[in-house]
Design a protein around this ligand. Structure first.
Ligand code: SAM
Length: 235
């Protein structure tokens, strides 16, 4: 008899089925986490502030043709749709795309959706004016993260904007960086430790170079005592 998570493989990456089936793939989990209160709780009550910081950056320049790299619960997708006439959304999990579709339809918004692994996108090179990544990177094993960032830099047009919403680096300065919170978070998020201690800007610059691009860091908005951040870059 197979393990419970194996029934969720179904074209999904192994790490996603193994570690996150309960959050992103199982119907009950998807229903549960789709509630605003739950998502806000997971983000320690910071959901609105995070979204506001993101939209403040989006509003500062034209977003053009935009890619949201993978689905996210809550208001993100309908919010992004307000900033562009052409929003593209990919995810490897069909159930997530269905939920995003329903969420957009309720607000009379649309997006062009495709089932696609972030590690190997089918979009053509230099096809987006802006790419938004919302709390995806810390959920990816290091190798998958490297591939997803490489693909992001490939599909981002020269002059395009990349906005990343994520945990800030862990320098041990926040209460939640200390035990027992750290243990709880790292248990729930098996790749968070690695992400917390990795240099995202350096990794992105390396990916940009591979695609003959140079990435300028425009700015960072720190939130919740520098536990979260919104990073903006321009290719
Ligand atoms: C954006 S992340 C985290 C979002 C955040 N926890 C939230 O909902 O607010 C979660 C999404 O990434 C998707 N995902 C994870 N790995 C992926 C990959 N390699 N390619 C495409 N989608 C992926 C999952 O299916 C899920 O829909």
């Amino acid at each position: 008899m197979g393990k419970r998570w194996q029934r969720y493989l179904d074209g999904n990456p192994e790490y996603l089925a193994r570690h996150y089936w309960w959050a992103y793939l199982a119907p009950f989990g998807v229903w549960f986490f789709s509630h605003h209160t739950i998502i806000n709780l997971i983000l320690f009550g910071q959901y609105r502030r995070i979204l506001d910081a993101l939209t403040a950056r989006l509003a500062s320049a034209d977003c053009g043709r935009m890619l949201q790299l993978t689905c996210a619960y809550g208001e993100l997708t309908p919010t992004l749709a307000q900033f562009t006439g052409e929003l593209h959304l990919n995810d490897v999990a069909l159930i997530q795309l269905r939920v995003a579709q329903q969420s957009l339809a309720r607000r009379q918004r649309t997006a062009l959706m495709a089932r696609m692994n972030a590690e190997s996108l089918s979009y053509t090179t230099n096809s987006f004016d802006s790419v938004v990544i919302f709390f995806l990177l810390h959920e990816l094993p290091a190798e998958a993260r490297q591939h997803a960032l490489g693909e992001t830099l490939r599909v981002l047009k020269p002059g395009g904007r990349l906005i990343i919403v994520e945990y800030a680096m862990n320098r041990g300065g926040h209460l939640l960086h200390l035990a027992p919170w750290r243990w709880v978070l790292e248990r729930l998020e098996p790749f968070l430790h690695d992400f917390w201690h990795s240099d995202l800007s350096a990794q992105l610059s390396g990916c940009a170079t591979q695609h003959d691009k140079v990435l300028a860091h425009i700015g960072t908005t720190f939130l919740f005592g520098a536990f979260y951040r919104v990073e903006e870059y321009r290719a």
